[in-house]
Design a protein around this ligand. Structure first.
Ligand SMILES: Nc1nc2c(ncn2[C@@H]2O[C@H](COP(=O)(O)OP(=O)(O)OP(=O)(O)O)[C@@H](O)[C@H]2O)c(=O)[nH]1
Ligand SMILES: [Zn+2]
Length: 330
């Protein structure tokens, strides 16, 4: 496929975005997707050829949305000047290390996040829960990808442990080095789909990325070529075309995501605990030795488990910004 023939659908355009464009805007502007963010320039792709445009939106205040990789932008048909960022389907962000009041945007409009874990001694349910919290917080649908299945005697034991975290959680098992095996992930990586990866060091993310990208990566090369800052600029964030027609959003920021970037997500992953805690006698119950603690009762009755309780407590403690304990009583 040649990038010159690119249609909006190939880049991920759908009714969620087209519904946001007024008839007036449709005449004046055209939509493009942010493929890469460089210093002072962004590479965008819409119908036709890639372009390099300024990331600055005239009249935008610091608190307004600024383009990040994966975003859809409306640009002026005549001048290519960006006019506004369309409302995002979802967003990965983190608290900026220096100015903790300001969020740093990492990646927008992702259809699926692969939470990568390996079938060996590095496998940890606690860590997977952490990543699930991040995915929930960003409102991106997660798929756990178990790599290194070739090294495990019983890879299905790992899959069973993952499924036990949450009913209905999707799990795929691959040898990340094997393109034939990776076909299992094809349905998430089809035309116009955007995927991202999360996972700790050494689990096989880069290996999987290379397998999914295939040998040729025409679109990325073309985007670079169309970018007048040239090939050797430091690319901060970038989308890569996948062999199956989708896009991989791979950014250093994604790899550094911390749990402190999640808060609401904890409530979703541990909703059984949150719901039970609503029946504790005290609204600020810490579920220790307080009388009539519904959580301790549920653990004693085998409805909730002790180790999930510890993981929930640990995650809640680390999440220093938003307490997950229910604060109000109806
Ligand atoms: N046997 C086997 N080895 C694998 C598989 N996936 C990755 N590896 C190997 O595991 C090692 C680590 O893989 P990487 O892809 O570099 O891991 P990563 O998650 O990108 O690590 P970071 O770059 O540190 O984040 C490499 O030696 C890979 O060849 C797999 O499915 N099976
Ligand atoms: Zn309690």
């Amino acid at each position: 496929m040649n990038v010159v023939d690119t249609t909006l659908e190939m880049v991920g355009w759908n009714s969620f975005f087209s519904d946001q464009v007024s008839a007036f805007e449709a005449v004046q502007c055209r939509p493009v997707r942010v493929m890469a963010v460089h210093r002072g320039k962004i590479a965008v792709l819409g119908e036709g050829e890639p372009l390099s445009v300024t990331p600055y939106i005239a009249g935008a205040s610091p608190s307004d949305d600024h383009p990040t990789v994966g975003d859809w932008l409306l640009i002026d048909r005549a001048t290519a000047e960006p006019l506004r960022v369309l409302t995002r389907k979802n967003l990965f962000k983190r608290r900026a290390p220096v100015d903790r009041q300001r969020d740093q945007m990492i990646a927008a409009n992702i259809d699926t996040v692969f939470i990568v874990a390996s079938c060996n001694q590095d496998f940890s349910v606690a860590r997977l829960e952490r990543y699930l919290v991040l995915a929930r917080e960003a409102r991106v649908s997660p798929v756990v990808v178990l790599t290194k299945t070739d090294l495990a005697a019983n890879p299905s034991d790992y899959a069973a442990a993952v499924r036990a975290i949450e009913p209905g959680l999707r799990v795929e098992m691959v040898d990340g080095r094997d393109a034939v095996d990776a076909v299992r992930l094809a349905s998430y990586c089809g035309l116009g789909q955007t995927v991202a990866l999360l996972g700790s060091s050494g689990v096989g993310k880069s290996t999987l990325v290379n397998t999914l990208l295939g040998s040729e990566n025409i679109a990325t090369q073309a985007i670079r070529a169309g970018d007048d800052t040239g090939r050797h600029t430091t690319t901060v964030r970038e989308m890569h075309r996948l062999a199956y027609g989708g896009w991989l959003l791979d950014t250093p920021g994604m790899r550094e995501l911390q749990l402190s970037d999640a808060s609401g997500g904890i409530a979703e992953v541990f909703d059984d605990f949150i719901l039970t805690a609503e029946r504790c006698r005290f609204a600020d119950c810490r579920h220790g030795s307080e009388p009539d603690c519904a959580v301790q009762t549920a653990i004693a009755n085998g409805i909730l488990t002790d180790d999930r309780f510890s993981r929930w407590q640990r995650l809640a403690r680390e999440d220093i910004v938003t307490p997950v304990y229910p604060r109000r009583r109806r």
